[in-house]
Design a protein around this ligand. Structure first.
Ligand SMILES: C[S@@+](CC[C@H](N)C(=O)[O-])C[C@H]1O[C@@H](n2cnc3c(N)ncnc32)[C@H](O)[C@@H]1O
Length: 248
């Protein structure tokens, strides 16, 4: 089982520190996008967390099931109204299986990068394919690696700088990895969290999808379907399950 980086320390403040991501302007386009793809009314969320997307999607009448490694994050979800409609399995979303087949599976907010090896990311695509109905879709929202903004010889990029919070990504280009270092002040005390990621390019994700019997159906730069271009900082990609027999 991978290490849980979303224990009590992070889960207790997750909704507050990600407050901008819980705004209706952020959530509604995601829910609209996913609801359209949930053609038979079922959805599987990998890394369901505290239910930022799962709860409003479930409130649209969609049967949502989630997988998450963190019991602390799941406990926050389960304390919210409406959570009783959502099934949750605690486990690693690269390998954990759940009952049923879904018309859409989704992995948002850069969470594919929480799998820190290529093998785990490939396994995740296979696992998703095995949970999709034929013609079902896998949706991933993830940043484009920020390497164009990393000056030659440098390894660190700031992603948040404010009076109360600092965040830096430390890149290991040879290993295609990065560590996000977070620092914030809580009750006058300095708190820190450092979390490892494996960044991944769109073309590599397309190949992982192909290995799992899926092919690219759509790629946008955001949930409102703005075109994906050379300047896009993130992408929302949709792969469709096309082949019943996936290659390992
Ligand atoms: C950035 S949070 C996103 C939560 C939620 N999807 C959202 O959009 O607010 C990432 C979540 O993925 C979970 N996670 C990370 N790696 C995981 C893994 N390998 N298996 C299952 N859950 C994982 C974490 O515990 C955390 O709840």
């Amino acid at each position: 089982m991978p290490r849980d980086y979303f224990g009590e320390h992070v889960a207790a403040r997750y909704d507050e520190t990600s407050a901008d991501m819980f705004e209706a302007a952020e959530v509604e386009p995601v829910v609209n996008f996913l609801a359209e793809l949930a053609t038979d009314g079922s959805a599987l969320e990998l890394g369901i967390g505290t239910g930022r997307i799962a709860l409003p999607l479930s409130q649209r009448g969609i049967r949502v099931h989630g997988i998450d490694l963190s019991e602390a994050m799941v406990a926050r979800l389960q304390a919210k109204p409406g959570a009783e409609q959502i099934g949750v399995t605690v486990g690693d979303f690269a390998t954990t299986t759940v009952e049923g087949r879904f018309s859409v599976a989704y992995l948002v907010f850069n969470t594919i990068m929480n799998l820190t090896t290529q093998d785990e990311q490939v396994a995740c695509f296979h696992n998703v394919a095995s949970h999709l109905q034929p013609g079902g879709c896998f949706v991933v929202e993830v940043s484009i690696p920020d390497l164009q903004r990393l000056p030659p010889g440098e390894t660190v990029r700031p992603f948040t700088v404010s009076a109360t919070r600092l965040g830096f990504d430390e890149y290991d280009v040879a290993a295609q990895g990065l560590i996000s270092h977070h620092y914030w002040i809580d009750d006058g005390k300095l708190e820190t969290v450092s979390m490892p990621f494996r960044y991944v390019w769109p073309a590599e994700l397309d190949l992982m999808a192909r290995l799992a019997g899926m092919s690219l159906r759509e790629r946008w730069s955001d949930w409102k379907r703005e075109p994906f271009t050379s300047d896009s900082r993130e992408h929302v990609s949709v792969w469709e399950k096309t082949t019943p027999q996936a290659m390992k």
